[in-house]
Design a protein around this ligand. Structure first.
Ligand SMILES: [Zn+2]
Length: 266
């Protein structure tokens, strides 16, 4: 069973169009405006209450096989005045759903849930760092060849102990070079992964603004979430909550708000 299916089975309840007509109407409106086959949200699930802070505040879209599944936590619905499934949809909640449809539209869903998104670029960076170190050492040795020949005569007069010491020094220097190269590569890879992930968020924000022809509703929604989550962050530190405000997965929330407020019809 897929991890998404397991999450849906264990923590979520499926909501039908008959139970939540306004919600489905909003979803259809968004995909009609987006006018793209990938911007369709096929199914809606509400996360069961008290599933844990991450889930309670989660608004997300996931790929379950070929279906795009919208999932909404209990508390995030309450923040946007959607208490019962049959309640009307505020402009802010519509903007949040449009953001999620944006992730579906740009096929972010599969990569967002995959381990390659988390480990791929750091691993690539690490390997690139090691490769670059090997190349640098190879080139350094090559350029050193002539010099080595010139020094060969001098080496003859060195005693064995000096030569041994020289060998172990070379080993540590080489090891240190590789370690530094790997660390720099890894750091770079992590940064690249973060930039890719942040760009997905900005792109989904832009999608929401374009679908609604207005960036302000999502900006207002993010302001509200910032306020609610900041309160929570003080009382109950949680990495996932902190990440939503600013972290590896999400760009600084103020930057997102600023971009949305500055959005205007092109
Ligand atoms: Zn997002």
């Amino acid at each position: 069973m897929s991890a998404v299916q397991e999450l849906l089975d264990k923590k979520c309840t499926m909501i039908t169009e008959a139970e939540a007509p306004h919600l489905f109407e909003t979803i259809k409106k968004i995909s009609a405006k987006a006018n793209h086959k990938d911007a369709v949200l096929h199914e809606v699930y509400f996360i069961n209450p008290s599933s844990g802070d991450l889930y309670d505040y989660l608004a997300g879209c996931m790929a379950n096989g070929e279906k795009n599944v919208l999932i909404l936590g209990e508390k995030i619905r309450k923040i946007f005045n959607h208490v019962s499934p049959s309640d009307k949809i505020s402009e802010e909640l519509e903007a949040v759903i449009a953001h999620e449809a944006g992730h579906a539209r740009f096929r972010d869903l599969k990569s967002m849930g995959s381990h390659w998104m988390s480990f791929g670029s750091p691993l690539a960076g690490l390997l690139a760092g090691i490769g670059a170190t090997a190349l640098a050492l190879h080139l350094t040795n090559k350029h050193g060849e002539d010099k080595e020949k010139q020094l060969a005569e001098l080496d003859k007069i060195k005693d064995d102990s000096v030569n041994k010491e020289d060998g172990s020094m070379k080993f540590f220097t080489t090891a240190a070079c590789y370690l530094a190269g790997a660390a720099i590569g890894l750091g770079g890879g992590v940064q690249v992964g973060k930039i890719l992930r942040h760009n997905m968020e900005y792109r989904a924000d832009l999608f929401s603004a374009e679908v609604l022809q207005n960036g302000k509703p999502l900006a207002k929604a993010l302001e509200k979430l910032k306020e609610e989550l900041s309160k929570l962050k003080e009382g109950m530190p949680s990495n996932s909550i902190a990440d939503f405000l600013e972290g590896w997965m999400h760009p600084p929330i103020d930057k997102r708000i600023e971009r949305l407020n500055n959005w205007s019809v092109a």
